[in-house]
Design a protein around this ligand. Sequence first.
Ligand code: AMP
Ligand code: MG
Length: 408
Amino acid sequence: MISVSQALRIVKRETGTLPSETVILSRALGRVLAENIAADSDMPPFDRSQMDGYAVRSNDVKNAPVLLTIVGEAAAGRGWHEKLKPGQAVRIMTGAPVPSGADSVQKIELASESNETVRIQEPVQRGKYIVKKGAEIRKGTILFRSGQIVDEKMIASLAAFGYARVKVGQRPSVSILSTGSEIVGIEKQPGRDQIRNSNSVMLKALCEHAGASVKILRQTGDDLEKLKGVISKAARHGGEKSKIQTPKSKILIMTGGVSVGKYDLTKAALKDLGAEFFFEKLRLKPGKPTVFARLDNSLVFGLPGNPVSAAVTFYLFVRTAILQMQNASETGLPSGHAVLESPAKAAAERDTYLPATLATDSEGKLVATPLRWHGSSDFVGFANADALVSLARGSASKAGDVVKILYL
Ligand code: AMP
Ligand code: MG
């Protein structure tokens, strides 16, 4: 048995990185940046009005109410490009460039206009309602770095600075194979002793969220020869089309069949095919029988069949490999700390990850409540989890203790 941290080191050691590719911005969400993103201009690019109102010289209105002559109009996209002189005002809209000579904007609510004059009712501070050129960002500033994952909030910045196309890490290709003679497709009515295949689609979603492109393989049941056939085809060709894939950049995920039952055939199939095993037993709960191997062109993860174990081991190991292949700078789940709501215990020999919900208490503390669930098969309970509470093997924590959490 090896520890989780040793296993992670092995996964990182065996995982390569893919070259980058260029995608249009609307396809960049969730992808890993393969270039630094820099501002190609100041933002705002000119002194910009924050309000609809009148561009004025603050000195002219310090004894307001006063009357000023309206000499022009600055709209967004069509500025007034002369110089404002004493006693003058320019009608201005939100987003329009502030004319030179003006040093502030008085909002429309504090002004009344008639016959090309405006009565400014109150004085206005110098600089008021103007966002100065470059105040938000200076030209040349690095906004995001290579290795960051593009999220929804970053899209506007990429767009505003002209990144209509972005360099990102290529998507790793992942094939998913669920073993188990009891497993039927999700569109089927399960017969006696059967259950629907919830793992394949769950893992597909998890992989895609991490940036991979995914193919779900045909189910084989627990039949050694069929299993070997599907595995060897997937490991060699992997279904992926034209992309450059190296032996360290393609993944086969299998679920089920990794423990010691009579019909647990995953390891036997991989061994028969000549796979190189890196680990097959971890000091981990859930996920002790997790397998990591290489076969032909693929890294192979054999995850336990129980859906929660499959999810937890995905988060710990497979996600790491997928992100590393894309050259992500952070490959682990974001972590933090929380106060335990109720006592929790790790397994004696195994680092333990407990699915938990998170909430903030009345004092503002983040509280983790381990799910009251029915074990690693309880995917319905797991659906409510916000985090994994990470407990070192052999440890016991009391209610109120601060524990490490991994955000899901
Ligand atoms: P195994 O790891 O093959 O011993 O399976 C452990 C448990 O997970 C069994 O109760 C299986 O029925 C269940 N299981 C295995 N594969 C899947 C799957 N693809 N979807 C849902 N449950 C599964
Ligand atoms: Mg099975």
